[in-house]
Design a protein around this ligand. Structure first.
Ligand code: SAH
Ligand code: SF4
Length: 420
C-alpha cells in the first residue's frame, strides 16, 4: 500500500514540474512514506530519518514525512526530530507541491494532517514505477476497527473509488506494458460503488485484454463471499492466490480483536477455496501475544495453522498502538512471552512452507519472468500464478514474458526449475 501511495505522491509532484531523482544525494526534497501498524516500523523510520539529516550540512535539502506516521503524530514528529521540515498526512498529498515549492521561503515547520474522509485521489494516475507489476488502489480507509489496529484512525473511513476510474487506470497501465496488476485496499471484499460489488469489479477487470494476471489484497474473512470465490475460480486472469489474515485461531481472542468471524468460519473458507481452486496458495497474517492470550489460546492458533497449512504466513508480535482499544486492555502479555510465541509460529510456518514448496516438484508452472536472479546472471526469476518465486536458467530477453517451467527443486521459499 505504501508503494502505491508513493506512486500517487510521485505523480502529484511530477505534474507540478518536480522530478524524481535516482540518487538520494541529488534530491532537494526527501520524503519518507511511513507505516504505523507496529511500533517497530515507526522506530526504524525515525532512525533512517535522522541518518539523512546530515545531508542538510552539505546542501539546503528539505526533509518531510508523509503516510500514517505523519497522520498519527502530526506536529509531535517535530519534537521527535526537530530538523524535520514538514509532515503531510494521508489525505493532504495534493498540498505537497505548494509545500515544497522553493519559493515557499518562510517554510518554518508545516503540518498538514486534516482528515478528509472523501479524498480518494480519483483524478490522479499514479506514476507506476515498476515495469511489469502495478498496484491499483480501489478503496481507501477502513471501517473495521479491529481492536489492535491503528489503520482506521490514520486512514479514515472506508471509501471506494469509482469503477470507471479504476478500469481507466488499469487499461492505461495495460497499454504501457504492465501485465500483472494487484488491486489494493484494506478490505477489498467490501468494495461497493453504486451497485458494483467486489465480485463484479473482478469480472470487469478480467475482461481487460492487455492484463494477464490479477491479484488483490487484502481480503477480510468476514466479507469474502461465495460469489467472490466463484468469480475467482471462473476468471482466467484472477490468480490462484489469496491472502487472508487469520490473526488468531481462538474464538474468544478473535472476538476481543473485533474480527467478526470464528476459527470454524475461517477454516470453512479455506476448504471452499481449495475445493473451487485446488491449486490455490493461501497466505496469512497472524498476531502472537494479543492481550489476554493464554497458553491454550495460543496453542489453538498454532494448531489451526498446522491444520490449514498456509503457503506462507506473516507472523507478528502484538504491538500496542496508542489510541486503539486493545492498547487499553489491562492484561497485556509480557514481551518475552510474545517473542517466544512468535518464534514458535515462525518455526512451524517454515516447516509448512518448505513442505508446500516441495510438493511443487515435478509440476509445470507458468512463470511471469521479472528479473535476473539475485544469485546468478545466468538465471532468471519470476512468479508463478500461486505467487511462488521461481528461478531457472535463462537470459534477459525473457523479462516480461510468460514461460512454462518444470519444477525440479525447492530451496527455502524459492522454486527451481527448467523452461520446457
Ligand atoms: N487490512 C488488512 C491488514 C492491514 S495491517 C487485513 O485486515 O487483513 C497488516 C497486518 O499487520 C495485520 O493483518 C495484522 O496481522 C498486523 N497488525 C496490525 N496491527 C498490529 C498490531 N498492533 N500489532 C501486531 N500486528 C499488527
Ligand atoms: Fe486494521 Fe482490521 Fe482494518 Fe485490517 S480490517 S486495516 S486489521 S482495522
Amino acid at each position: 500500500m505504501n508503494v502505491a501511495d508513493s506512486e500517487l505522491v510521485a505523480s502529484i509532484l511530477n505534474t507540478k514540474g518536480n522530478q524524481i531523482v535516482n540518487k538520494i544525494a541529488d534530491a532537494d526534497v526527501i520524503l519518507f512514506n511511513t507505516c504505523s501498524v507496529r511500533q517497530h516500523a515507526e522506530d526504524r523510520v525515525l532512525g533512517r530519518i535522522s541518518n539523512e539529516m546530515s545531508r542538510k550540512k552539505e546542501k539546503d535539502v528539505k526533509i518531510g514525512v508523509i503516510g500514517c506516521m505523519a497522520q498519527r503524530l502530526g506536529k509531535k514528529l517535530n519534537k521527535l526530530n526537530s530538523k524535520i521540515d514538514f509532515v503531510v498526512g494521508v489525505d493532504q498529498y495534493k498540498q505537497l507541491p505548494q509545500i515544497i515549492n522553493p519559493r515557499n521561503d518562510n517554510l518554518d515547520f508545516e503540518s498538514k494532517t486534516a482528515v478528509n474522509d472523501d479524498e480518494i485521489y480519483e483524478d490522479i494516475y499514479p506514476l507506476h514505477t515498476g515495469e511489469l507489476n502495478a498496484f491499483v488502489t480501489i478503496m481507501r480507509g477502513c471501517n473495521n476497527f479491529c481492536s489492535y489496529c491503528i489503520v482506521p484512525y490514520t486512514r479514515g473511513r472506508e471509501r471506494s473509488r469509482p469503477i470507471d476510474d479504476i478500469l481507466k487506470e488499469i487499461k492505461k497501465t495495460g497499454e504501457r506494458g504492465f501485465k500483472d496488476i494487484t488491486l489494493l485496499g484494506q478490505n477489498v471484499n467490501s468494495y461497493q460503488y453504486n451497485n458494483i460489488n467486489f465480485a463484479e469489479l473482478l469480472r470487469q477487470v478480467n475482461k481487460i485484454e492487455t492484463i494477464e494476471r490479477i491479484r488483490f489484497v487484502t481480503s477480510h474473512p468476514k466479507d469474502l463471499s461465495d460469489e467472490v470465490i466463484q468469480v475467482m475460480a471462473e476468471s482466467d486472469k484472477v490468480c490462484e492466490h489469496l491472502h487472508l489474515a487469520l490473526q488468531s485461531g481462538d474464538n474468544a481472542i478473535l472476538k476481543r480483536m473485533n474480527r467478526g468471524y470464528t476459527a470454524e468460519h475461517f477454516l470453512n473458507i479455506t476448504k471452499k477455496l481449495r475445493k473451487a481452486m485446488p491449486e490455490i496458495a493461501i497466505t496469512t497474517d497472524v498476531i502472537a501475544g494479543f492481550p489476554g492470550e493464554t497458553n491454550s489460546q495460543f496453542q489453538k492458533t498454532y494448531d489451526l495453522m498446522k491444520n490449514i497449512e498456509f503457503d506462507y504466513a506473516f507472523t507478528f508480535k502484538y504491538s500496542p498502538r496508542k489510541g486503539t482499544k486493545a492498547a487499553e486492555f489491562k492484561d497485556q502479555i509480557d514481551e518475552k512471552i510474545r517473542l517466544e510465541r512468535l518464534q514458535k509460529l515462525i518455526k512451524l510456518q517454515e516447516e509448512i512452507t518448505l513442505k508446500k514448496y516441495r510438493e511443487q516438484i515435478g509440476k509445470t508452472k507458468e512463470i511471469y519472468v521479472e528479473q535476473v536472479s539475485k544469485k546468478s546472471d545466468a538465471e532468471m526469476a519470476g512468479k508463478s500464478r500461486d505467487f511462488k518465486i521461481t528461478v531457472f536458467p535463462g537470459d534477459k530477453s525473457l523479462i516480461g514474458k510468460f514461460v512454462k517451467v518444470k519444477i525440479t527443486d525447492a530451496v527455502g521459499w524459492t522454486l527451481k526449475g527448467k523452461i520446457i
